[in-house]
Design a protein around this ligand. Structure first.
Ligand SMILES: Nc1ncnc2c1ncn2[C@@H]1O[C@H](COP(=O)(O)OP(=O)(O)OP(=O)(O)O)[C@@H](O)[C@H]1O
Ligand SMILES: [Mg+2]
Length: 236
């Protein structure tokens, strides 16, 4: 039985008066591992930003875990269990790895200073070796891992990742793929990944959505992600 975790119903959203997303309908089930594909500028980031509340909907609604969250501010959505790992990672470069991780507690609404859960270092052993280093001194791939770890700190039900492999060396791309699979399978966290690399998406996800010009044009199991679809909507 699949239980819906996140539902976008007829979502229209954009920047100011300019709509970018048009009547988007999507249902993501609990435990799903989903990739959202599409060429540059079609609205993938805007879709994730709308889910976390950084873009207001001009039409439609969002239901998360049986709650209508359409009007909730971003911090409240984070507390209810939506973690957002933005494109370009956005860790704080002058803070240590440890302090960057602790920001994850803030997102969860916890005021107490707690210890970093050991499982964070099980998923990301590299972080343990670099705890006192400035975040900005890590490699791009390590910064991405730090950003994912920080998202994991608030015990999310769903993680939204925006192009986590962009500009990252292949060996770390593989590590990130393996870790996301573990987070999904071992912790049961639902994962939505925006991706441009088709092979990565095929290996990682069970289901796909393809966007073009702010609308969902195709969806299905990644096993059915045909070359025709790739040529029509994804290759440049
Ligand atoms: N802050 C903004 N203000 C106004 N328009 C914006 C803003 N950010 C993005 N847009 C526009 O919204 C549209 C969708 O952009 P978005 O960033 O969601 O695309 P994307 O699919 O994530 O692209 P990419 O693959 O390059 O990351 C584009 O036409 C873009 O120019
Ligand atoms: Mg984007």
């Amino acid at each position: 039985m699949s239980t819906p975790l996140l539902e976008l119903k007829n979502v229209t959203a954009g920047y100011g008066q300019t709509p970018v997303l048009f009547n988007v309908d999507m249902t993501i089930n609990e435990g799903d591992m989903v990739c959202l594909l599409g060429r540059n500028g079609v609205g993938k980031t805007t879709l994730l930003r709308s889910i976390i509340g950084l873009n207001k909907l001009s039409q439609g609604s969002l239901v998360f875990n049986n709650k209508n969250i359409t009007k909730f501010p971003t911090f409240k959505r984070a507390r209810y269990g939506i973690a957002y790992i933005p494109q370009g990672r956005e860790i704080i470069p002058y803070l240590s790895v440890l302090d960057n991780l602790k920001l994850g507690f803030t997102a969860s609404g916890s005021k107490k200073t707690k210890r970093i859960p050991l499982e964070i270092f099980e998923f990301f052993p590299m972080l343990k070796e670099h705890l006192n280093r400035q975040g900005g001194l890590l490699s791009g791939g390590q910064q991405q891992q730090l950003a994912i770890a920080r998202g994991l700190m608030c015990n999310p039900k769903v993680m939204l990742l925006d192009e986590p492999t962009e500009g990252i060396q292949p060996s770390i791309v593989q590590e990130i793929e393996d870790t996301l699979k573990r987070i999904n399978q071992e912790k049961g966290i639902t994962v939505i990944v925006v991706e441009q690399k088709i092979d990565f998406a095929r290996q990682l996800a069970q289901r796909f959505f393809i966007m073009d010009k702010g609308a969902i044009m195709a969806r299905g199991n990644t096993s059915a992600l045909s070359d025709d679809l790739v040529n029509q909507y994804l290759t440049v």
